[in-house]
Design a protein around this ligand. Structure first.
Ligand code: ADP
Length: 417
């Protein structure tokens, strides 16, 4: 018997067995029988012509018919169906044909089936990849929307809190004025209120800064800066906290720290202050914080190292995201300088925003997180070594007079030797 006749002979039993095993319910089974009939017609054509691509259109159709649930669950029902057709064809061939015809039929069907299985797997992979990339895209859109509303919330909350805070600040100052020096207790209470207000103002300012950074609205005021002057200010500002925590702050002099460069002095100070304040917070009492640096071609690199608890490799990027605090938020203990006293988690996001607005970059290196061994962390700040102001008016000023430092804000004047 030739292959076509053998195939015709096994066809009714094959169609029945496959549809019984796969389709449940009479209506579904009828529809499936019809589809299977088309498949077997095309299979006969493929075997007759020796061209397995005859099956491609129906495989494509079946692949397109995969439901959302199939895709979600990664179901391979097309391959599953083909495996059933193959297994039953060989089973029925063995049952109904004599050995020679069965063998000949199997040999004829084998290359067509192999090609069909390959094609089905490729189609299923393709639609799965398409499904996953669509899902990823919509997840990205959702994330963007979420981040936007988070950003909007910070901006609105920051601005809304600012007004009542200014009122409280004003009234507290008036109460302070009214409280006579002799009344120690009232004085102490007013002082406490002032401290609370100051801390709250810092948080509100951070919220406003971070929303400006998010919306690319951070405006820099480029002026001449000497880094060692900025470092001296940090030393002075943290003096009493460093004493309280028994930390030693070492500021090294390096090439570049004495050179004039153009940056926004206040913003740069704010960025470095966040890093030093973190170094203090995340180092157990009696630690060492070192400010050092070097010049590279066209850049100056500042490093702030500590002997603290360190940062695990997997968190070394997330800490720069807003609210990128590590650890359990329910155990959050607030504090500006006490050991592990977490803030709102905005400091490093602001530092990165400020440094990036200067066309620089900031990153951290640490051997890992260990509160016992304290491997420490080193934050690197890379700033372009701008020796000319970007503002043409200021450039003229600097070109005209060597001694123009006399025009600078007092805090950032060139340090006297
Ligand atoms: P926070 O207000 O929580 O200090 P930051 O944005 O300044 O927020 O820092 C984010 C997180 O990065 C911190 O909660 C802390 O877990 C980690 N971190 C920052 N600096 C250091 C450091 N020097 N050593 C160890 N961990 C640090």
């Amino acid at each position: 018997m030739n292959i076509q006749d053998s195939l015709e002979k096994i066809r009714p039993a094959l169609q029945m067995r496959v549809s019984n095993s796969l389709a449940r319910g009479v209506g579904v089974r009828e529809n499936f029988q019809e589809q299977l009939g088309r498949f077997l017609d095309l299979l006969a054509q493929a075997v007759l012509s020796g061209d397995a691509t005859w099956l491609d259109p129906i495989l494509q159709e079946w692949s397109n018919a995969r439901t959302q649930t199939d895709l979600q669950e990664g179901e391979r029902n097309l391959s599953g169906l083909l495996y059933k057709v193959i297994t039953y064809s060989f089973e029925i061939a063995r049952e109904t044909l004599d050995a020679g015809d069965a063998l000949e039929l199997m040999a004829g069907l084998m290359p067509v089936y192999l090609r069909a299985v390959e094609k089905a797997a490729a189609l299923e992979n393709e639609s799965q990849v398409q499904y996953i990339s669509n899902e990823l895209q919509s997840a990205q859109i959702r994330l963007k929307k979420l981040d936007k509303s988070k950003s909007n919330f910070i901006a609105v909350a920051g601005h809304e809190l600012k007004t009542p805070l200014t009122l409280i600040e004003g009234y507290a100052a008036m109460i302070g004025d009214l409280a006579t020096r002799e009344n120690e207790q009232v004085h102490m209470l007013v002082q406490g209120t002032h401290n609370g207000i100051r801390r709250m103002r810092e948080i509100v300012d951070d919220m406003i800064d971070v929303s400006q950074i998010d919306n690319h609205l951070l405006a820099l005021n480029f002026q001449p800066v000497w880094l060692n002057r900025v470092f001296n200010m940090l030393e002075a500002d943290f003096k009493s906290i460093l004493e309280q925590r028994k930390h030693k702050l070492v500021v090294k002099s390096f090439s570049g720290s004495n050179e004039l460069l153009f940056a926004d002095p206040e913003r740069l100070y704010q960025a470095l202050k966040n890093l030093v304040s973190n170094a203090i917070k995340y180092t157990p009492d009696g630690g060492r914080i070192t400010i050092d640096g070097r010049t590279l071609s066209g850049f100056v690199e500042i490093t702030i190292s500590d002997t603290g608890i360190g940062i695990a490799a997997e968190n070394q990027e997330t800490i720069f995201e807003k609210f990128g605090q590590l650890g359990d938020v329910s155990l959050h203990s607030s504090g500006k300088t006490k050991f592990k006293g977490g803030g709102p988690g905005l400091g490093l996001a602001i530092t990165r925003g400020i440094i990036q607005a200067h066309d620089g970059s900031v990153w951290v290196e640490s051997e890992g997180y260990d509160e016992i061994k304290c491997p420490g962390s080193t934050f690197h700040v890379l700033l372009p070594l701008r020796t000319q102001p970007s503002d043409p008016n200021m450039a003229r000023l600097f070109g005209a007079s060597e001694n123009s430092a006399a025009q600078l804000p007092d805090d950032f004047q060139e340090p006297k030797p």
